[in-house]
Design a protein. Sequence first.
Length: 219
Amino acid sequence: MLSSVLPAEVAVAEAFDDPEDAVLFPGEEAAISRAVAKRRREYITTRHCARLAMVRLGLPPMAVGSGGNREPLWPEGVVGSLTHCDGYRAAAVARSGSVGGVGVDAEPHAPLPDGVFDTIARPDEVPMLAELAAARPHVWWDRLMFSAKESVYKAWFPVAERWLGFGDASLDLEPGEDRPDGTVAGGYTVRIHQAGAPVTRMTGRWIVESGFVLTAITL
């Protein structure tokens, strides 16, 4: 699913469960030494997906550690992004010589919990989402916005090396199109409202498929 919202230069691997043969590489255990079982499974499987994607790029499978903000630490010459939610794990990986950065996110296609939307949406985004919901009520636009902003942050942080809040990015979401296979897909534009931002504009793509919302940003 994720490959449909990413360019060909980005390799993707997905999993809908936690494979028994997924293992940690040296240097990865420290990040989850005290984690609960669910967190361990998510961490191990996303790293497993990352290594599968590396192989698809013609690279050897390598460790992907964790930084101080829980961001993945990619090997030299590699950029990528990891995501997981209930029933889905994935990694998107590219060579840094062809892609400047990647951010991906997956969420269940369901409404956000009460109160969350007010914390992620800028005032100028609220009328847009109301129009989109009226035009395509079968899409949970609040969840799509949350996912898109997560992808923005994942692409942003390795480049900027600083925090980006939900209110620091405004989205212009396309209404997308309903496809014969039952999926809905579209794009979005992002504007960054932070002084001295190294990146001020991004474009991304989204898809609703098989009960999931997937979003992706490629720099």
